[in-house]
Design a protein around this ligand. Structure first.
Ligand SMILES: Nc1ncnc2c1ncn2[C@@H]1O[C@H](COP(=O)(O)OP(=O)(O)OP(=O)(O)O)[C@@H](O)[C@H]1O
Ligand SMILES: [Mg+2]
Length: 283
């Protein structure tokens, strides 16, 4: 699997020719139908899921949870266009996804920063690959760095940063190319609680100000309930439960301990446990 964002040209394709007056084009609308992914190697094949269906609206924050091996990363990589479905299709703004595109950025679980590039060069990666002129590139990098609070570390190398700061570089890099959709695979997985909570609040602020669509894989059920508009619970074998999180926004740190959020956390836990009890077999 590539360990860096894979920028490419805009996905191309047509917008509606004559949108009704005042209508907002569905840039970020993402839909998945009958999706199956099969890995084949050495005469063996693994099919983590075989009939996944959902759609995501522009600007939604979706968290994806599910037992280990259910195919969360696989689903994210398929949405990113890094692996091809063996059946079904993925559409973004009505266009079938055939590969990576500048409209979708990925934040991988492991640090994906280039260690030999400074912070600002890392963040400039997508804008450079997209061929933006110097002014636009600088503006994008400045904005992304200030969004994640790293403006004063721009000349540092990743090795001179803390783990949480490196994660911020990843996040800044994903936003800098101005994608419509951001795909994040357990981005805060290895971090201590305090750093994680502050990054969760930062990502909500950025999401709110930039109006992006985010799909965010996590094992942390409280994180899922805290961040999401809807939580997708991926089952082993590919079924999907969708849990809307009916909590007000903005989500504040005080809400973490409130009964409403905690009861969502318990519900999500029950859904995963019922999965593990009923579906714990190799596919
Ligand atoms: N490159 C690959 N080749 C073959 N099988 C693979 C490959 N990548 C993943 N798989 C298999 O696909 C299934 C789903 O893996 P995936 O990494 O998507 O799960 P996950 O839900 O992200 O799990 P986790 O929570 O542990 O990260 C697993 O059975 C895994 O072994
Ligand atoms: Mg995974």
């Amino acid at each position: 699997m590539p360990n860096h964002n894979t920028p490419a040209g805009p996905a191309g394709g047509a917008l509606p020719l004559h949108p009704p007056e005042g209508a907002v084009p569905l840039h970020g609308k993402l839909s998945v139908s009958g999706l199956r992914v099969t890995y084949s190697s050495g005469g063996k094949s693994v099919t983590p899921f075989s009939d996944v269906n959902f759609s995501v609206d522009d600007g939604e924050f979706i968290c994806i949870i599910g037992p280990s091996g259910a195919g969360k990363s696989t689903l994210l990589f398929a949405l990113a266009g890094l692996i091809s479905p063996s059946a079904g299709e993925i559409r973004v703004a009505g266009r079938v996804v055939h590969g990576p595109g500048g409209d979708r950025a990925v934040v991988f679980q492991d640090d994906a920063v280039f260690p030999w590039y400074t912070v600002e060069k890392n963040v400039a990666y997508s804008p450079s690959a997209a061929g933006w002129d110097r002014k636009r590139k600088e503006r994008a990098v400045d904005e992304a760095l200030s969004l994640v609070g790293l403006a004063d570390r721009r000349t540092f190398l990743p090795g001179q940063l803390s783990g949480g700061m490196r994660k911020r570089v990843d996040v800044a890099r994903a936003f800098a190319g101005d994608p419509e959709t951001i795909l994040m695979d357990e981005p805060f997985g290895g971090l201590d609680t305090q750093t994680k909570e502050s990054l969760q609040e930062a990502i909500l602020e950025i999401w709110n100000s930039k109006k992006k669509t985010i799909l965010f894989v996590t094992h942390d059920l409280e994180e899922a309930a805290f961040l999401a508009d809807r939580v997708f619970v991926l089952q082993k074998g590919g079924g999907l439960n969708i849990v809307p999180i009916d909590l007000p926004r903005p989500r504040t740190s005080a809400m973490r301990t409130e009964p409403a959020l905690q009861s969502y956390r318990r519900l999500l836990g029950d859904l995963i446990r019922s999965q593990e009890e009923s579906g714990n077999h190799v596919h």
